[in-house]
Design a protein around this ligand. Sequence first.
Ligand code: ZN
Length: 131
Amino acid sequence: MHEWALAEAVARTVEELVVKGRDVRQVEVVLGELQAVDEGVFELALKELFEEMRREKGIDVQGFKITREKAAFKCQVCGHTWTLEEWPVKEEFREAVHFVPEVVHSHYSCPRCGSRDFEITAGRGVKVRVI
Ligand code: ZN
């Protein structure tokens, strides 16, 4: 699906780091728990894009590893923080955030005070770390 777009975003980030003078040999690609991704396809896309960067731009990324970041939430009203594991709506929420992210705040609420004003503090998107 969007694995290639994500992989391209990672490749662009790496390229920017190199342009800024960072020595990027090994990277860790952190995928949020809420980021639906076919890791096999994603890994293949990354391999290909890094190979292309090496060939065309002389940017030599020698290796990468893909890790997952746990999702975390914080209520703006009572300050409660929680993880996906602690949330009874876990599977349902995971699907909602994947297919219709804009409904998340109208359907889910803080498990402690019931406020719908919560933020997702971790577990979304893709990050790149140089290792
Ligand atoms: Zn709350």
